[in-house]
Design a protein. Structure first.
Length: 244
C-alpha cells in the first residue's frame, strides 16, 4: 500500500503483498467504499474512486470485492464515522514520513502510529512538521527501452505534464494532480504502457540511509503498513536495494 518515493521500491514492494493479501484487500475495499460514498459510484468524475480502483487492480483484488465495496459506499451510511487523518514525523537518519489514515477511532490510530514510530527509531511530530517537504503529483513510470525521450517529452508536455526525467532505466513523467487524467489519456492513445501510474506525494529531496539506519527505517515502514488504519505511507528515504 505504501506510496514509497523510489519507483523501483514501489515495484519491488508489490512482491511482498501476498503475505498481507487479506489486510491489503480490506484497506483498499475501505478506500473504495469511502470514495464511492463521497463522490458516487462512477469513477468518471470521481478521481478518488478511479485511483482506488486502479490500486485494486494492481493488487489483484477480485471484482466481486470491488463491486461490494462500491455498493456499500453508495448505499450505506455506516461509513460516515470514518475520518481521514494524516500523521507526520521523522524516521531513523532524519527521514521524513507522512502517514495517511482512515479511521473510526482517532485515539486508537494515533496511539498505534505513535507506537510504530517510537518502537522503530522514529518520532511522531506535529502537524505540518514535514508536509512542506512533499508535493502531491501525478506520476507515470515508463520503461525507457523502445521509447525516444524527446518524442515522449513532447507528448507529455503537450498533454499538460510538468516534467519528464530519466531515472535509471525508466522515464518518469510528473504532472499536477488536475492534469493526471489528460496525460493518462494521451499515453493510452499513443499505446504507451506504464509500469507505475498514480497520484502520490513526491519529496522535494531525499535522504540516503545505509546500515542500521536503513534497517530501522524498513522496520518502521513495515510496522506502519501492518496497521489496519494506515492507508498510505510516504517518505523521502533512499534505501539500499536489499532493504527495499
Amino acid at each position: 500500500m505504501s506510496g514509497h518515493s523510489k519507483w523501483a521500491n514501489i515495484k519491488h514492494k508489490k512482491g511482498k503483498t501476498d503475505a498481507l493479501k487479506a489486510k491489503i484487500t480490506t484497506k483498499i475495499s475501505r478506500e473504495i467504499t469511502v470514495a464511492a460514498r463521497m463522490g458516487g459510484g462512477d469513477p468518471v468524475g470521481n478521481m478518488r474512486l478511479k485511483l482506488a480502483l486502479q490500486k485494486a487492480r494492481e493488487n489483484n483484488i477480485p471484482k466481486d470485492n470491488i463491486q461490494r465495496a462500491i455498493a456499500k459506499g453508495v448505499g450505506a451510511t455506516d461509513m460516515d464515522s470514518y475520518e481521514e487523518i494524516t500523521y507526520e514525523g521523522y524516521g531513523p537518519g532524519g527521514a521524513a514520513l507522512t502517514v495517511e489514515c482512515l479511521t473510526d477511532n482517532r485515539n486508537r490510530t494515533a496511539a498505534d502510529v505513535r507506537h510504530a514510530f517510537s518502537k522503530n527509531g522514529g518520532n511522531m511530530g506535529e502537524t505540518g512538521c514535514v508536509a512542506w517537504m512533499f508535493q502531491r503529483k501525478g506520476v507515470f513510470v515508463i520503461d525507457a527501452e523502445g521509447h525516444d525521450e524527446e518524442e515522449l517529452t513532447l507528448l507529455a508536455l503537450e498533454a499538460g505534464a510538468e516534467d519528464l526525467k530519466t531515472e535509471e532505466d525508466s522515464f518518469v513523467i510528473y504532472t499536477a494532480p488536475e492534469d493526471y487524467d489528460a496525460v493518462e489519456s494521451a499515453l493510452a492513445e499513443a499505446n504507451i504502457e506504464t509500469e507505475v501510474s498514480k497520484i502520490t506525494m513526491v519529496p522535494d529531496s531525499n535522504v540516503s540511509l545505509e546500515g542500521e539506519a536503513a534497517e530501522k527505517m524498513q522496520r518502521l515502514l513495515d510496522a506502519l503498513d501492518e496497521l489496519d488504519d494506515v492507508q498510505d505511507v510516504y517518505h523521502n528515504a533512499e534505501l539500499p536495494e536489499e532493504e527495499e
